[in-house]
Design a protein around this ligand. Sequence first.
Ligand code: CTP
Length: 401
Amino acid sequence: MLVGKKIVLVVTGGIAAYKAVTLTRLLVKAQADVRVVMTKSACEFVTPKTFSVLSTHPVLTDLFADTTDPAIDHIELADWADYMVVAPASANFIAKMAQGIADDAASSVVIARHTGIAIAPAMNSNMYQNPAVQRNLNQLSADGVKIMAPEQGQLAEGYAGIGRLAEPENLFAQIGILAETDEKTLTGKRVVVTAGGTQEPIDPVRYIANHSSGKMGYAFSQAAVEQGAQVTLITTVDLTPPPFTKVVHVKTAQEMQAALMQQYDAADVVIMAAAVADYRIAEPATQKMKKQADASGLTLKLVENPDILAELGAQKSHQYLVGFAAETQQLLDHAQAKLKKKHADLLIANDVSQADIGFGSDDNAVTLLFKNETPETLPKMSKLEVARQVLKLIKPRMEEA
Ligand code: CTP
């Protein structure tokens, strides 16, 4: 079950840290690939050396470690992981997680995660029952963190109570199940993403384009690959695609439509992140157009392009259809209208009049309009994080549909 699984084990301070040694041994024995991160106080109880010998990898203890080994960079480690475990999780570390504080290597790895995470609280019973600790645990639960409950029993202080770290064998069994069920939510699903602005030719050297950078579509491709989907990316731009992605290059709206139609029957999810031109030149010149001699100006005749999303909506059977609404005013009204008109399941509305989000930017702040639901706003975050969050929200709705 855990064979080949990449597990980051975060060990925080507390007498129970010694149990994390046995847990590491059990995980390694089950052929998981384990990397350990320790807080400063954890190092007071067990040495990093113990974990590095058992895991056969260096242990990350310092956010600013002077090293070129990517295995001990906190972001690389977070990206690398398939699952994360914090055991034991001290009251202090739980509070930091609940607040999103990242002031050392361990808390930074945890906050940079893209995977599921389970924590095993371990502390004195009075600490454990303190309302602040309970409040933080409730918050973490609401954030999707799995809590491996502490046990009742003899505490280090010499009296009995709740707060004792579960035995390593017990934690190991729980991790096996959690890592399995919490992982890749789109395994076996086919996801088709479009990205970039279409280019509508005027003549062989000129075209009509728009400001779309394609970054949002590429972010969706990456997030879908991370979740185990088979991804086809139909794109007008040439950014570096995520691994395991089938890339189809197109230029015009009509080419994009044709490429999509080939994929549509087999697709489970279609994400129309491309900025499709509504119009194209009626008859593009076959030779480069020369400047007019009489300076009376030039009129280009445009004809309407197919509305690809609306056509996909009209032909929809099992597919889950996601569109974007890039607006500069009346964001939600326009987006609601598009959701209905195009028969999409989700319309992602973003205000492209703001320079720090939208076109070209690495960040986005969007409002999600799910069919028949009240709008849900995601605060400003990286486009990749937007994509991850959206896919997470889509999954249960796909099952209901
Ligand atoms: N779209 C499409 N085909 C078009 C135009 C848009 O498939 N010809 C898709 C876009 O990929 C996006 C959604 O429809 O997912 C909304 O695109 P947008 O440009 O915001 O809306 P339009 O329908 O073009 O309306 P308007 O330009 O009037 O805002």
